[in-house]
Design a protein. Structure first.
Length: 176
């Protein structure tokens, strides 16, 4: 699988169960809260800083999720998407992505149509069985617990881009 990582320039992620652990805390006022992993955040913002394209396609629609992703420097954010495969095909065409350019990370049945055709399909360790069956790489990390960091770090290391000469603890999630 490592040889497939040498040309990756674009990462496409689902949110719930991939960038979060898939749990949703509902407050008394009906607000839905999700938890992101700070190590995933560091890897995402570093990839953006290094010129990689990060795309998020999710069925979730949340202002908090959008703010978090924008804070990390991610510009291609598609939330509240019921037909992920249509957005996927549109992005492949608009971004002129070749099969060796990108990978997709998903964890559940709504990701299955994309996972079945993606040139490199990745999933967290706690993905559903149907997704694990089609994944090219199953991360040892669970969703929301480092799966994004795992695959980004592998790609950047194989491309000699992991080291940051001026590292920052700030991952873009705090706005002034």
């Amino acid at each position: 699988m490592l040889d497939k990582l040498k040309d990756i320039s674009t990462f496409i992620f689902d949110v719930d169960g991939v960038l979060t652990n898939g749990n949703v805390l509902v407050t008394e006022t009906g607000e839905q809260l999700r938890q992101f992993n700070i190590k995933d955040g560091y890897a995402l913002q570093l990839a953006v800083k290094k010129g990689y394209n990060i795309i998020v396609i999710s069925g979730a629609k949340s202002t908090g999720v959008e703010k978090r992703l924008l804070g990390l420097g991610i510009k291609h954010i598609f939330l509240g998407i019921s037909d992920k495969i249509a957005v996927y095909h549109q992005l492949i065409k608009e971004e002129k992505l070749k099969a060796d350019d990108f990978l997709y990370v998903g964890d559940d049945i709504p990701d299955l149509p994309i996972m079945q055709i993606a040139p490199l399909a990745v999933c967290p360790a706690d993905a559903v069985d149907e997704i694990k069956a089609v994944a090219h790489y199953i991360s040892p990390k669970d969703g929301g617990a480092g799966v994004a960091r795992d695959i980004i770090e592998k790609v950047l290391k194989i491309q000699h881009n992991w080291f940051d000469a001026q590292p920052s603890a700030h991952d873009g999630s705090i706005s002034k």
